[in-house]
Design a protein around this ligand. Structure first.
Ligand code: C2E
Ligand code: MG
Ligand code: MG
Ligand code: MG
Length: 286
């Protein structure tokens, strides 16, 4: 027998679960149309080059302005896109929009590269490198300005095909970054096999860098390892001056996080850049 208080709690929980399921369903049902009818938008987050202290590049981060639900963050719909076969269409949209935005920034005198996130599944589509090249060509943007980030949101099922796709992207002139390093499925194995130029240390390590001696030692070892492998080291999620100082001391190459700047839409970015890059030199990352 359940008392009335527990029953009430169960009802509340039930209603909340129902709401979440409804939201998930709405997201699932609306995503295809959302991609088609331009409900997606990009934010861009500046990256700091630690050699100069200046902005050297950007990361494009997708958002969805849903007609009823409003602004939705990628953690709520990237997984849906991956599961429902929409990740290719979403990825195409992201590359096309990024190219146009970056070209616009170049024309305004901001010569920055931009990182684009790719799900492991996108790289398994044998068309991906060609499609990316075509999209960049159509926009008139040299592939050297684009860095493809392999996000470890899912295990890489087919190593051979993934390596092949990444090699093609590199041959076309782009850079490859391993995103969220340290949190995924088989990070060291990926590092051994994938042709990676840039290693992005996940923000979870940066978060306890100052409190946790083990995190500190792991980050230091990862930075040294990546440098020994000839990679650029990029740390994510830097929120404080202390975290930044610690990463500089450990020899990190670039930083991204709220301390330097939050992600912004293109209009806000243009204002931010005009206040931050008065002396920034052209900066290709290779
Ligand atoms: P990510 O690629 O690791 O991107 C970094 C995430 O950390 C972003 O979250 C960013 O807003 C957030 N972030 C940046 N600086 C800080 C900080 O100082 N503190 C904290 N706490 N967070 C910070 P966001 O935009 O919600 O994106 C989440 C994830 O969604 C991304 O993680 C990426 O894996 C995925 N994603 C975003 N855009 C795309 C896309 O176009 N395609 C694919 N396949 N995945 C995407
Ligand atoms: Mg990323
Ligand atoms: Mg990351
Ligand atoms: Mg991530």
């Amino acid at each position: 027998v359940i008392d009335s208080q527990s029953l009430e709690l169960l009802n509340v929980l039930d209603a909340e679960i129902h709401e979440l399921a409804k939201r998930r369903k709405t997201i699932e049902l609306g995503l295809a149309k959302g991609i088609e009818s331009n409900e997606l938008v990009l934010d861009f987050q500046p990256v700091e080059d630690l050699k100069t202290g200046l902005v050297c590049g950007l990361e494009a981060l997708v958002r969805w302005t849903h007609p009823e639900l409003g602004r939705i963050m990628p953690c709520e719909f990237i997984g849906v896109a991956e599961d429902s076969g929409l990740i290719d269409a979403l990825g195409d949209w992201v590359i096309e929009s990024t190219s146009r935005a970056i070209l616009e920034l170049h024309q305004q005198g901001f010569p920055l590269w931009c990182a684009v996130n790719c799900s492991a599944g996108q790289l398994l589509n044998p068309d991906f490198p060609n499609k990316a090249q075509k999209a960049l060509q159509e926009a008139g943007l040299d592939p050297r300005w684009i860095e493809f980030e392999v996000t470890e949101s899912a295990a890489i099922d087919d190593m051979t095909r993934t390596v092949e796709a990444l090699k093609k992207l590199k041959l076309q002139g782009s850079q490859i970054a391993m995103d969220d390093f340290g949190t995924g499925y088989a990070s060291l194995n990926y590092l051994r096999q994938l042709p990676v130029d840039v290693l992005k240390i996940d923000k979870s390590f940066v978060m306890d860098l100052l409190e946790d001696k083990n995190s500190h030692m792991i980050v230091k070892a990862v930075i040294d390892l990546a440098h020994a492998l000839g990679m650029v080291v990029h740390a994510e999620g830097i929120e404080t001056a202390e975290q930044r100082a610690s990463l500089i001391q450990m020899g990190c190459d670039r930083l991204q996080g709220y301390w330097f700047s939050r992600p912004m839409d293109l209009a806000a970015l243009q204002i931010w850049l005009s206040q931050h890059t008065a002396t920034a030199a052209p900066n290709l990352n290779h």
